[in-house]
Design a protein around this ligand. Structure first.
Ligand code: KIV
Ligand code: ZN
Length: 510
């Protein structure tokens, strides 16, 4: 049976979603899970875009050995060289070069002729080929370009050494039939196409990304670019879990396989959601909270008699935990470690000790600790290891006849303790104002949401905030059984991301 190569671009195109910025450590954590998931290629970032992205790509290249580690570069010499620099220590490095191919992009954006674009594409692939054998090329906006011109570009870049050619539906414009025809046309009309893998990359602007990808696979594409939870530019990319489970569940139809260990899908999905701050809609196929819930009486009756009546996939095949084991304050370090392992977390001794301390503190406040609580605890653990300012203390006074007042103490990057206080319209406003008085970075709060992780009254509250500064959105998350503390942590998490980006920009200038 033929195999489809799974190229994951969660860390590159996925991270391009507004408000989803990930730091190097978070990217590495996701890359490790993608490795466990069994993806063939991880696109890790665009090294020329910022020192932070270069660092993340470089770190993953050093640490993650099994899959191909890919870096994206616009077709110019500096970007190609940076991409190579960032991935050269990988066991299996790849450089992915892209340049627009549609007349819309050529005339309105690049102001270059078709001949010029073809020449640059060929030259940049040849340049990269001097560094490494594995080169991918994408003619951007291919689905809106003239097919004959796409064929010409592909022939030229394959001649120059491209080993994978990727056909992006950059703005999610194509319909399945059109996109399938384009792929079939490429396989028929590009004379040297047998020397390269044909890859597809679909965006979801019309909700067709997965349908387009599956059609293209049917027509002969053998690499699919996709993201966990379907995150990505604008409406996102084709969702990895939907494509993989479609190929697996309907193997009778597609007659194709992948290298994915589908039992790692749930964990990958949760991790990406935690670290990007993008919640998963309940009705999302495969990994939404309702994906395996049956509400109607007729459906419930059927499932109780035989699951196949209304369930086409086994939730265990996606890795949805079936265990009902609940931890409590009587559970020891061993049980905690075991549960972490079952949930797919392997922590260093130091991180485990710290997480266990957090678990004990939580268990003192909360009778039963469910898997979701543990996931939230670990996410909090990850967030605090990348801090610039640390929230040391927060205290509020509020009520229906008092002026909401907050006192906050932060530890700055030099280890100094800085305290301040403020009044606000409510306790959260007061806390945020007190934090702003210390950190002093102008920003606008654009979103604040709070939800409880589990059902009980003693549940952990999880706060998500988005702030905006100089046109960039930063997401922050915080969790605690005290929602004011969770709110303060979430705001600090977003501010720390903002500060990290500002300092990496300064590095670039100096
Ligand atoms: O959507 C797109 O065209 C891209 C390319 C860089 C592959 O993401
Ligand atoms: Zn894209």
């Amino acid at each position: 049976m033929d195999k489809v190569i799974i190229f994951d671009t969660t860390l590159r195109d996925g991270e391009q979603s507004a408000g989803a910025s990930l730091n190097a450590k978070e990217k590495l954590e996701i890359a490790r899970q993608l490795d466990k998931l069994g993806v063939d290629v991880i696109e890790t970032g665009t090294p020329a875009s910022s020192p932070g992205d270069f660092e993340a790509v470089h770190l993953i290249a050093q640490e993650v050995n099994r899959p191909v580690i890919c870096a994206l570069a616009l077709a110019n010499a500096e970007a190609v060289d940076k991409a190579w620099e960032a991935v050269k220590e990988a066991s299996h490095p790849r450089v992915h070069i892209f340049l627009s191919a549609s007349d819309i992009h050529l005339s309105y954006q690049l102001k270059k002729s078709r001949d010029e674009i073809l020449g640059i594409s060929r030259d940049m692939v040849a340049r990269a080929k001097n560094y490494l054998p594995d080169i991918e090329f994408s003619p951007m906006d291919a689905s809106r370009a003239e097919p004959a011109y796409v064929y010409q570009i592909l022939e030229a870049v394959i001649d120059a050494g491209a080993t994978t050619v990727n056909i992006p539906d950059t703005v999610g414009y194509a319909t399945p039939q059109e996109y399938g025809n384009l792929i079939q046309g490429i396989l028929t009309n590009v004379p040297n196409i047998y020397k390269a893998v044909v890859s597809i990359h679909c965006h979801n602007d019309l909700g067709l990304a997965v349908a387009n990808s599956l059609e293209a696979i049917q027509r002969g594409a053998r690499q699919v670019e996709c993201t966990v939870n379907g995150i990505g530019e604008r409406a996102g990319n084709a969702s990895l879990e939907e494509i993989v489970m479609a190929l697996k569940t309907r193997q009778d139809f597609f007659n194709l396989t992948t290298n994915i260990d589908t039992t790692q899908i749930y964990k990958a999905s949760r991790l990406v959601s935690e670290l990007t701050g993008f919640s998963i809609q309940p009705n999302k196929a495969i990994i939404g909270a309702n994906a395996f819930r049956h509400q109607s009486g007729i459906h419930q009756d059927g499932v109780l008699k035989k699951t196949i009546t209304y369930e086409i996939m086994d939730p265990r095949s996606i890795g949805i935990p079936s265990s009902t084991l609940i931890l409590s304050k009587l559970s020891g370090r061993h049980a905690f470690k075991e549960r972490l392992a079952e949930l797919g977390y392997t922590l260093s001794e130091e991180a485990l000790n710290h997480a266990f301390q957090g678990f004990k503190e939580l268990a003192d406040k909360k009778k039963e600790i469910a898997d979701r609580d543990i996931e939230s605890l670990i996410a909090e653990e990850l967030r605090t290891t990348t801090e610039i300012f640390h929230l040391d203390h927060v205290e509020v006074s509020c009520g229906d006849h008092s002026l909401p007042t907050a006192t906050v103490r932060l530890i700055d990057p030099d280890g100094r303790s800085l305290a301040d206080a403020a009044l606000g319209t409510g306790p959260v406003d007061a806390v945020y104002k007190a934090i702003n008085r210390i950190v002093g970075i102008p920003n606008k709060l654009t979103e604040f949401t709070i939800k409880s992780i589990t059902e009980d009254i003693d549940a952990i509250g999880e706060v998500l905030v988005r702030i905006e500064s100089e046109g960039v959105t930063y997401t922050g998350r915080g969790a605690s059984t005290d929602i004011i503390v969770a709110s303060a942590k979430a705001y600090m998490n977003a501010l720390n991301r903002l500060l990290a980006r500002k300092s990496s920009k300064k590095e670039k200038v100096s």
